[in-house]
Design a protein around this ligand. Structure first.
Ligand code: IZC
Ligand code: ZN
Length: 426
């Protein structure tokens, strides 16, 4: 056989299974790990998977020695607020004083301060700023991600954010799945007129549909933000317009977001820290993916994390994401989230790998394209500088990625110590 690229001497090749839907409950415990493996790539797609010994007899334009390390599909980050102006480091002191997240928002800070900064930023500046964060995500092994609007709360800025996401897809070979989160906070001028605001956001959604600027619609259903009834009406209308549904559900208070997501057939219900027993039961009986964001719980300094064990044990599909945003989770590092999932959510290493690959892809409607390596699939993969797949959640807070590939092309590589060149430096 002849390949464009042949990757051989892979210590462990991680092969999450895609069955047409996200893996649920017990299925999440299964993770195929092939030892001494190799695979070939042609035209950007996986053409063959086998043993490293077999690979010795095959030819390729480029042969890459994985040096006995771990190779996995590119990670998928299914919940990020990637595009925003400004930053909120000044809120750290408020957090230390014990001012709650929703209180900062109620004082006109939080999301609303990022809205101001995003309104004032030029499109090109937002592209550059988002690129900085996106490249950092890629350097940590992510090859498919989701990104939300929601720092405009009015037509022009929401469309500007979605245009940034569109431009990122043109600029980079990775996929950025786009979500409209117009109802992310109540603009001060609409206090008491939330329904009017939601109608305006639905008009914007109509325009987004015509311009094909988003695949999903999302809403922040939370005390002091949007009620469960308002969320139901908004999501129902978005569904009628043909959008996939997501919901910021039960992050702080158990409002019934998990129940709503499952009953509407949402692609995902996200956060779920306070999800009720009934909400978890309904999720496990539906195809809605529970996207858990333990980095946010950690950053908000909470003791109670989402009940991942109960969710998986009852048969729900769980995925993990960073929730990267300038307020409640300021990290691009999905590997750190994997460690939190092990330590705080008590997920097994196999469940964690499925949660950042196949299930994360399903949560953003990309199960057929991303999250697994299989013959015929796009060759998006990561070579990890670790001795085995259990090592990543264990050794926390650092970057274990060595090389990141999309469609069989290397898009990022860690520079070996001492090999950098500063052109023009004296
Ligand atoms: O900017 O605070 N939770 N939305 C809902 C966020 C966090 C993002 C932010
Ligand atoms: Zn979020």
């Amino acid at each position: 056989m002849n390949f464009d690229l042949l990757v051989y001497n892979i210590g462990q090749l991680i092969l999450p299974r895609f069955t047409g839907n996200a893996l649920k409950g017990e299925e999440m415990k299964q993770l195929a790990v092939r030892e001494s493996a190799a695979f070939g790539v042609n035209d950007g797609k996986v053409a063959w998977i086998g043993s490293s010994t077999e690979a010795e007899g095959y030819n390729a334009k480029l042969k890459l020695d994985a040096e006995g390390k771990v190779v996995s599909p590119g990670l998928v980050d299914p919940h990020t607020h990637l595009v925003f102006g400004g930053s909120r480091e000044h809120e750290l002191a408020l957090k230390q004083e014990g001012v709650p997240y929703l209180e900062i928002l109620a004082r006109g800070g939080g999301i609303l301060s990022t809205v101001e900064a995003t309104k004032n930023a030029a499109l090109q500046d937002l592209v550059e700023k988002a690129s900085f964060h996106l490249e950092r995500m890629v350097s940590h092994g992510v090859t498919t991600m989701e990104a939300k609007s929601g720092y405009g709360l009015e037509r022009e800025t929401e469309l500007k954010q979605l245009s940034v996401i569109h431009k990122l897809n043109e600029k980079y070979p990775i996929s950025v799945v786009s979500t409209f989160l117009g109802p992310h906070a109540i603009p001060p001028a609409y206090k008491g007129k939330e329904n009017e605001f939601l109608l305006e956001m639905l008009d914007v959604l109509e325009e987004i549909k015509e311009k094909k600027l988003a695949d999903f619609a999302d809403i922040f259903c939370e005390t002091g933000v949007f009620t469960i009834d308002q969320s139901r009406v908004f999501l129902q209308k978005a569904k009628e317009k043909g959008f996939g549904l997501k919901i910021h559900a039960d992050e702080i208070d158990p409002l019934g977001g998990a129940e709503l997501a499952s009953s509407l057939g949402a692609a995902s219900a996200d956060h779920l820290v306070a999800a009720s027993d009934e909400g978890i039961r309904m999720l496990s009986e539906s195809d809605t993916v529970a996207v858990l964001l333990p980095g946010t719980t950690f950053y908000l300094g909470k003791d109670q994390y989402a009940r991942a064990r109960k969710m998986i044990d009852e048969g729900a599909a769980v995925a993990l994401a960073t929730d990267f945003n300038p307020g409640s989770c300021v990290t691009e590092n999905l590997q750190f989230i994997m460690s939190l999932a092990a330590l705080k959510l008590k997920m097994t290493t196999e469940e964690i790998w499925n949660a950042v690959t196949v299930n994360a892809a399903c949560a953003i409607g990309r199960g057929k394209e991303a999250g697994t390596l299989d013959v015929g699939r796009q060759a998006d993969f990561v070579i990890w500088d670790v001795p085995n797949y259990k090592y990543i959640p264990y050794h926390y807070g650092v970057n274990h990625a060595k090389r990141v590939f999309v469609s069989g092309e290397m898009i990022w590589e860690r520079i070996p110590f001492g090999e950098f060149q500063l052109s023009g430096a004296r």
